[in-house]
Design a binder for this molecule. Structure first.
Ligand SMILES: Nc1ncnc2c1ncn2[C@@H]1O[C@H](COP(=O)(O)OP(=O)(O)OP(=O)(O)O)[C@@H](O)[C@H]1O
Ligand SMILES: [Mg+2]
Length: 276
């Protein structure tokens, strides 16, 4: 596995601090009627408190599948997942998702009611405390004026802001974001990326962020795990300061090194489907 260390080591592996999330030798498979599909093969990585940890890899390499397993919705065939030193066996409010789709919100509830509902149904908070927490996070994403609006009256970007506010209000140990900005137009996407970084600098939450965009990975991530094509295996783990640093080992820009590594895969790419 290739390790590069940029000049600015913000987010480099802390010494002596246990990881918040440990993914250890995780193989994930889907059993369909005809096939056994291996989505990831022996993937390992550690996420530390306040990491903006990016999973980057081509379509079908198992990024969403990994998030599902970390979310507790899928059990590894091999390997294990640990959160704060305890094995992940089921979903819980300590891991909250934000997805790409704009229809993540309950359409019959207002912006505020959507956030309050998440807080009360996870039994995190009730009553006035839930209301206050919801409004606090709605304000963080700049939607105070829309707190009583219904989702169908909002733009795609605004809906994603609500989904982010709702997830952040839950104050999970780790926020799981699966291509949250992929369905937005380029300008809105760029704005939302900046807003996410701003939110991070306010609260230093831990986020596991999935993307197949190299520029998005280098902008968002302080650490980037590069996965090979199907079945996903760890190809490299890179540190980044988010500003496209020059890797001292190759003299190349981080985004160029990543591009080269992804491009090299196209030659090796092959479908691995086990019959059985
Ligand atoms: N429910 C399922 N049943 C069977 N196979 C599945 C299922 N979901 C995903 N797969 C397979 O597992 C592999 C990984 O899929 P996954 O959705 O995790 O990839 P991904 O990296 O998130 O891709 P993308 O970037 O397109 O979202 C693919 O080969 C896919 O076909
Ligand atoms: Mg996916």
């Amino acid at each position: 596995m290739l390790q590069t260390t940029p000049a600015n080591i913000q987010g480099a592996t802390p010494v002596g601090v246990p990881p918040l999330l440990q993914v250890s030798g995780v193989t994930l498979q889907y059993k369909t009627k005809q096939h056994l599909v291996t989505a990831t093969y022996k993937v390992s990585f550690d996420v530390y408190q306040s990491d903006r940890f990016v999973l980057l890899g081509p379509s079908g390499c198992g990024k969403s599948t990994l998030l599902k397993a970390i979310g507790g919705y899928m059990t590894p065939t091999e390997g294990s997942i640990w959160l704060k030193g305890a094995p992940v066996t089921k979903p819980g409010p300590d891991r909250v998702f934000v997805f790409q789709e704009f229809d993540q919100l309950l359409p019959w509830k207002t912006v505020k009611q959507n956030v309050v509902f998440a807080l009360t149904s996870s039994r995190k908070l009730r009553g006035k405390a839930a209301d206050e927490k919801a409004l606090q996070y709605i304000d963080k994403v700049g939607l105070t004026k829309f707190a009583n609006s219904y989702p169908h009256t909002l733009s795609g970007g605004m809906k994603q802001r609500v989904a982010i506010a709702r997830a952040m209000a839950m104050e999970p140990d780790v926020l799981l974001m699966d291509e949250p900005f992929a369905a937005l137009d380029a300008l809105t996407r760029r704005k939302m990326q900046e807003e996410l970084l701003q939110l991070w600098s306010d609260t230093r939450f831990t986020v596991l962020f999935v993307t197949h965009s190299i520029p998005e990975a280098t902008l968002i991530g302080n650490r980037i795990l590069l996965l090979s094509p199907h079945p996903g295996q760890v190809k490299a783990e890179l540190n980044s300061d988010g500003s496209d640093p020059v890797s001292p080992s190759t003299g190349k820009k981080l985004s160029d090194s990543i591009h080269d590594m992804l491009f090299a895969d196209r030659v090796e790419e092959q479908e691995v489907v086990h019959h059985g």
